[in-house]
Design a protein. Structure first.
Length: 116
């Protein structure tokens, strides 16, 4: 599935079931440059993620129902001691390679065109 943030395109796998959300990007050793995972939920919730069995350094962006980025967190591989929380109610989360957002000037307040 293709999503866009400004002039940037990202190809995402969609995690839209509890099973897909729970597995996420676990056990993978790499993630292509402009690819990621979009987690979708039925409504906005306080979202919490962690890096159990996740080997890739990732960034996660939390989004409102309107696709607005509320916060972006850098996640450390295999560190299960840290929980990464949305700072506001969120309906979506996007995981990408670490620094993907910052290297493209994407930040809090930007809108993601999800095309859902």
């Amino acid at each position: 599935h293709e999503i866009s943030i400004g002039e940037h395109t990202l190809y995402v796998e969609i995690a839209d079931t509890p099973q897909k959300s729970q597995k996420g990007l676990m056990y993978r050793k790499s993630l292509p440059e402009n690819q990621g995972m979009l987690f979708t939920y039925p409504k906005e919730f306080p979202l919490v993620f962690w890096m159990k069995n996740t080997y890739i350094p990732l960034d996660i962006a939390f989004l409102t129902e309107d696709g607005i980025i509320t916060n972006i967190e850098q996640m450390k591989p295999l560190d299960t001691s840290v929980r990464y929380n949305s700072k506001a109610l969120a309906k979506y989360a996007i995981e990408v390679n670490q620094n993907w957002f910052s290297s493209r000037g994407i930040g809090v307040g930007d809108t993601v065109e999800l095309g859902l």
